[in-house]
Design a protein around this ligand. Structure first.
Ligand code: GAR
Length: 202
Protein backbone atom coordinates (compact mmCIF):
# COMPACT_ATOMS: atom_id res chain seq x y z
CA UNK A 1 0.00 0.00 0.00
CA UNK A 2 1.33 3.44 -0.87
CA UNK A 3 0.44 5.94 1.78
CA UNK A 4 -0.93 9.31 0.66
CA UNK A 5 1.64 12.00 1.32
CA UNK A 6 -0.12 14.41 3.65
CA UNK A 7 0.81 17.85 4.96
CA UNK A 8 -0.54 19.24 8.21
CA UNK A 9 -0.84 23.02 8.45
CA UNK A 10 -0.77 24.46 11.95
CA UNK A 11 -0.46 27.74 13.80
CA UNK A 12 -0.30 26.60 17.43
CA UNK A 13 -0.37 23.76 19.91
CA UNK A 14 -0.55 20.85 17.48
CA UNK A 15 -2.65 18.36 19.43
CA UNK A 16 -4.56 17.37 16.28
CA UNK A 17 -1.22 17.10 14.52
CA UNK A 18 -0.02 14.72 17.24
CA UNK A 19 -3.17 12.61 16.81
CA UNK A 20 -2.67 12.44 13.04
CA UNK A 21 1.01 11.55 13.40
CA UNK A 22 0.06 8.73 15.78
CA UNK A 23 -2.57 7.43 13.35
CA UNK A 24 -0.19 7.57 10.39
CA UNK A 25 2.40 5.54 12.28
CA UNK A 26 0.11 2.53 12.13
CA UNK A 27 1.34 0.34 9.27
CA UNK A 28 -2.10 -0.12 7.69
CA UNK A 29 -3.06 3.57 7.86
CA UNK A 30 -3.39 4.91 4.29
CA UNK A 31 -1.65 8.27 4.87
CA UNK A 32 1.71 9.51 6.10
CA UNK A 33 2.58 12.95 7.41
CA UNK A 34 5.28 14.04 4.99
CA UNK A 35 5.36 17.71 5.96
CA UNK A 36 4.23 20.04 8.73
CA UNK A 37 3.92 23.71 7.89
CA UNK A 38 3.39 26.53 10.36
CA UNK A 39 2.91 30.22 9.74
CA UNK A 40 4.01 30.79 13.34
CA UNK A 41 7.69 30.06 13.82
CA UNK A 42 7.27 29.55 17.58
CA UNK A 43 4.27 27.20 17.32
CA UNK A 44 4.35 24.43 19.90
CA UNK A 45 3.24 22.02 17.18
CA UNK A 46 6.64 22.39 15.50
CA UNK A 47 8.13 20.71 18.56
CA UNK A 48 5.58 17.93 18.22
CA UNK A 49 6.76 17.42 14.62
CA UNK A 50 10.44 17.52 15.59
CA UNK A 51 9.94 15.03 18.41
CA UNK A 52 8.23 12.67 15.96
CA UNK A 53 10.92 13.12 13.33
CA UNK A 54 8.46 14.62 10.83
CA UNK A 55 9.87 17.22 8.41
CA UNK A 56 8.61 20.69 9.26
CA UNK A 57 8.96 24.12 7.81
CA UNK A 58 7.79 27.49 9.10
CA UNK A 59 7.67 31.00 7.77
CA UNK A 60 5.44 33.87 8.72
CA UNK A 61 2.76 35.35 6.51
CA UNK A 62 4.02 38.70 7.80
CA UNK A 63 7.07 38.49 5.56
CA UNK A 64 4.92 38.42 2.40
CA UNK A 65 3.30 41.41 0.74
CA UNK A 66 0.15 39.56 -0.28
CA UNK A 67 -1.89 36.50 0.62
CA UNK A 68 -1.20 35.15 -2.89
CA UNK A 69 2.59 35.35 -2.44
CA UNK A 70 2.40 33.67 0.95
CA UNK A 71 0.24 30.87 -0.47
CA UNK A 72 2.61 30.49 -3.44
CA UNK A 73 5.47 29.89 -0.99
CA UNK A 74 3.40 27.31 0.90
CA UNK A 75 2.47 25.68 -2.39
CA UNK A 76 6.14 25.47 -3.38
CA UNK A 77 6.96 23.73 -0.08
CA UNK A 78 4.05 21.32 -0.61
CA UNK A 79 5.15 20.54 -4.16
CA UNK A 80 8.76 20.00 -3.09
CA UNK A 81 7.52 17.45 -0.55
CA UNK A 82 5.25 15.82 -3.18
CA UNK A 83 2.19 16.40 -1.02
CA UNK A 84 -1.12 14.89 -2.12
CA UNK A 85 -3.44 15.84 0.76
CA UNK A 86 -3.56 18.76 3.19
CA UNK A 87 -5.01 18.67 6.71
CA UNK A 88 -5.42 22.03 8.36
CA UNK A 89 -5.30 21.67 12.11
CA UNK A 90 -5.60 24.98 13.90
CA UNK A 91 -4.13 26.86 10.91
CA UNK A 92 -5.39 30.37 11.51
CA UNK A 93 -4.89 31.93 8.07
CA UNK A 94 -7.36 32.29 5.25
CA UNK A 95 -6.06 31.14 1.87
CA UNK A 96 -6.25 32.93 -1.44
CA UNK A 97 -8.93 31.65 -3.82
CA UNK A 98 -6.29 30.34 -6.24
CA UNK A 99 -4.67 28.17 -3.60
CA UNK A 100 -8.04 26.78 -2.49
CA UNK A 101 -9.07 26.07 -6.09
CA UNK A 102 -5.84 24.20 -6.72
CA UNK A 103 -6.21 22.00 -3.65
CA UNK A 104 -10.01 21.72 -3.61
CA UNK A 105 -11.09 18.18 -2.78
CA UNK A 106 -7.66 17.40 -1.35
CA UNK A 107 -7.68 19.87 1.55
CA UNK A 108 -9.46 19.29 4.87
CA UNK A 109 -10.05 21.39 7.94
CA UNK A 110 -11.20 20.64 11.46
CA UNK A 111 -13.34 23.17 13.27
CA UNK A 112 -14.39 22.97 16.94
CA UNK A 113 -18.15 23.39 16.49
CA UNK A 114 -21.05 21.71 14.77
CA UNK A 115 -20.91 23.78 11.60
CA UNK A 116 -22.65 25.77 10.24
CA UNK A 117 -23.00 27.00 13.84
CA UNK A 118 -20.25 29.15 15.33
CA UNK A 119 -17.80 29.92 12.55
CA UNK A 120 -14.64 31.98 12.98
CA UNK A 121 -12.82 32.45 16.27
CA UNK A 122 -13.66 32.17 20.02
CA UNK A 123 -15.80 29.25 18.93
CA UNK A 124 -16.34 27.63 22.34
CA UNK A 125 -17.31 30.95 23.91
CA UNK A 126 -19.77 31.49 21.05
CA UNK A 127 -21.36 28.11 21.85
CA UNK A 128 -21.57 28.89 25.57
CA UNK A 129 -22.98 32.37 24.92
CA UNK A 130 -25.64 30.88 22.65
CA UNK A 131 -26.68 28.47 25.43
CA UNK A 132 -26.51 25.36 23.25
CA UNK A 133 -26.65 22.02 25.06
CA UNK A 134 -24.73 20.12 22.40
CA UNK A 135 -21.64 21.24 20.55
CA UNK A 136 -18.88 19.28 18.84
CA UNK A 137 -16.51 19.36 15.92
CA UNK A 138 -16.63 19.18 12.15
CA UNK A 139 -14.21 18.01 9.46
CA UNK A 140 -14.95 19.54 6.07
CA UNK A 141 -13.42 20.10 2.68
CA UNK A 142 -12.00 23.61 2.43
CA UNK A 143 -13.65 26.05 0.03
CA UNK A 144 -12.88 29.77 -0.33
CA UNK A 145 -15.57 30.87 2.14
CA UNK A 146 -14.38 30.47 5.74
CA UNK A 147 -15.65 27.42 7.67
CA UNK A 148 -18.26 26.77 4.98
CA UNK A 149 -16.96 23.80 3.00
CA UNK A 150 -18.86 20.57 2.46
CA UNK A 151 -19.12 18.67 5.74
CA UNK A 152 -17.59 15.21 5.78
CA UNK A 153 -18.19 14.18 9.39
CA UNK A 154 -19.09 15.57 12.78
CA UNK A 155 -18.90 14.46 16.41
CA UNK A 156 -21.02 15.83 19.24
CA UNK A 157 -20.20 16.66 22.84
CA UNK A 158 -22.53 17.83 25.61
CA UNK A 159 -22.30 21.41 26.89
CA UNK A 160 -22.83 21.57 30.66
CA UNK A 161 -24.21 24.59 32.54
CA UNK A 162 -20.92 25.19 34.36
CA UNK A 163 -18.74 24.85 31.25
CA UNK A 164 -16.13 27.46 30.46
CA UNK A 165 -14.59 27.91 27.03
CA UNK A 166 -11.59 25.97 28.35
CA UNK A 167 -13.56 22.99 29.67
CA UNK A 168 -15.66 22.79 26.51
CA UNK A 169 -12.52 22.99 24.40
CA UNK A 170 -10.92 20.16 26.35
CA UNK A 171 -13.96 17.90 25.89
CA UNK A 172 -14.23 18.79 22.20
CA UNK A 173 -10.55 18.15 21.49
CA UNK A 174 -10.86 14.51 22.56
CA UNK A 175 -13.47 14.05 19.83
CA UNK A 176 -11.49 16.10 17.30
CA UNK A 177 -8.55 13.75 17.59
CA UNK A 178 -10.71 10.69 16.89
CA UNK A 179 -12.75 12.33 14.13
CA UNK A 180 -9.82 13.76 12.18
CA UNK A 181 -7.97 10.47 11.91
CA UNK A 182 -11.16 8.68 10.84
CA UNK A 183 -11.84 11.25 8.11
CA UNK A 184 -8.25 11.34 6.88
CA UNK A 185 -8.41 7.57 6.53
CA UNK A 186 -11.59 7.78 4.42
CA UNK A 187 -10.24 10.55 2.20
CA UNK A 188 -6.85 8.89 1.76
CA UNK A 189 -8.60 5.67 0.72
CA UNK A 190 -10.72 7.60 -1.78
CA UNK A 191 -13.89 6.60 0.03
CA UNK A 192 -15.13 10.16 0.31
CA UNK A 193 -14.72 12.76 -2.40
CA UNK A 194 -15.80 16.32 -3.09
CA UNK A 195 -18.30 16.23 -5.93
CA UNK A 196 -20.57 19.07 -7.08
CA UNK A 197 -20.11 20.93 -3.83
CA UNK A 198 -20.87 18.02 -1.53
CA UNK A 199 -18.91 15.38 0.31
CA UNK A 200 -19.89 12.12 -1.38
CA UNK A 201 -19.26 8.72 0.21
CA UNK A 202 -18.42 6.08 -2.39
C1 GAR B 1 -8.54 22.90 17.35
O1 GAR B 1 -9.54 22.93 18.34
C2 GAR B 1 -9.13 23.14 15.99
O2 GAR B 1 -10.40 22.59 15.83
C3 GAR B 1 -9.21 24.64 15.97
O3 GAR B 1 -8.00 25.06 16.54
C4 GAR B 1 -7.60 24.10 17.51
C5 GAR B 1 -6.17 23.72 17.26
O4 GAR B 1 -5.71 22.91 18.29
N1 GAR B 1 -9.36 25.15 14.65
C6 GAR B 1 -10.05 26.24 14.35
O5 GAR B 1 -10.61 26.93 15.18
C7 GAR B 1 -10.06 26.57 12.87
N2 GAR B 1 -11.14 27.46 12.56
P1 GAR B 1 -4.44 22.00 18.09
O6 GAR B 1 -3.33 22.94 17.57
O7 GAR B 1 -4.13 21.50 19.46
O8 GAR B 1 -4.78 20.93 17.12
Amino acid sequence: MTKKRTAVLISGRGSNLAALIAACREPAFPAEIALVFSNVETAEGLRVAAAAGVPATAFSHKTFATREEFDAAIDAALSAAKIELICEAGFMRIHSDGFVRKWQGRMLNIHPSLLPAFKGIRVHQQAIDAGVRISGCTVHFIVPELDSGPIIAQAAVPVFPDDTAASLQERTLVEEHKLYRAVLKLVAEGKVVLREGRAVFL
